[in-house]
Design a protein. Structure first.
Length: 280
């Protein structure tokens, strides 16, 4: 029985799921998730990917009809070639033909290995969840980087605003884990590895408030500069930083009078969204 395998590749994780195809419909089978050290060697990274993929696929039972991969950029999504250089992730995969590797490793026709920008895949999933297909919606993912995509009239396109000019650099310098940690380091807080640690550390209550005020101000400026000119009906915020939305999002929504949705954080929505994009 043919299956589709969907991959969500992040800077620090990989999540995957297998879906069975029945009469043009997708039925969920298995899911798995694992950590990835995206600054490791190519061999190590690919082994970490493979360990998770093998958890959702039994080659004795199922043939893989398609591999659908949500991938952060820069990436050549048409040819399947990694272009990430100096992005603090996947440097070892620079110029690698990821499509050919996956095709050969999992015995899938090359044209059935498809790549979607991770922000586009996220947006497809949340459109599926919120049933917003009749509206013009921007999706933003706040995490290791800043992803951005626009849905309009049945199509999703990558905006690539993470690398858009913003303040004294690019948007991702400010609206990301790196941006928040840099802000904190400038105030003497140098021991945090991620934003969640900021939320979990009681003695950093003052710094926590300052950090999320900083994030909210940066997000407001970014939205006014790059998103509001697109005239969206609303935005959907995802990524790990969006899980802290009570700390910064109400002020943004009130100030800009913009309808904001918070991601469902249900991985299966992204997988179904990938499957939906494959059907387009």
């Amino acid at each position: 029985m043919p299956i589709v395998i969907c991959l969500d590749v992040g800077g620090s994780h990989i999540a995957t799921a297998s879906l069975q195809i029945r009469n043009g419909q997708y039925t969920a089978l298995r899911e798995a998730r694992g950590d990835v050290n995206s600054m490791e060697s190519r061999t190590c990274i690919l082994a970490q990917w493979d360990a998770v993929i093998r958890q959702v696929w039994d080659p004795q039972q199922h043939e893989i009809a398609a591999l659908l991969v949500a991938m952060p950029g820069p990436f050549d999504y048409v040819r399947g070639i990694c272009l990430m250089d100096g992005m603090h992730k996947y440097q070892a995969l620079l110029h690698m033909d990821v499509r050919s590797y996956l095709s050969a490793t999992y015995d899938v026709p090359a044209d059935a290995v498809r790549f979607v920008n991770d922000a586009e895949a996220f947006l497809w999933g949340e459109l599926y969840h919120y049933r917003l297909h009749g509206q013009r919606i921007v999706g933003l993912t706040l995490g290791t980087g800043l992803g951005s995509a626009l849905y309009d009239n049945g199509t999703v396109k990558d905006l690539n605003y993470g690398s858009a000019a913003f303040r004294q650099g690019i948007a991702e310098d400010y609206i990301s884990t790196r941006g928040i940690l840099t802000f904190l380091q400038q105030r003497g807080v140098k021991h945090l590895a991620h934003v969640k640690a900021l939320l979990d550390t009681d003695e950093l209550e003052t710094e926590r408030g300052e950090a999320f005020t900083y994030l909210g101000d940066a997000l407001q400026d970014f939205l006014k500069q790059h998103i509001l000119p697109l005239q969206p009906d609303g935005i959907i915020l995802g990524g790990n930083i969006a899980k802290a939305h009570p700390w910064f999002l109400p002020a943004v929504e009130k100030k800009l009078q913009l309808r904001c949705y918070v991601a469902s954080f249900q991985e299966w929505n992204l997988f179904y969204g990938l499957a939906t994009s494959y059907q387009q």
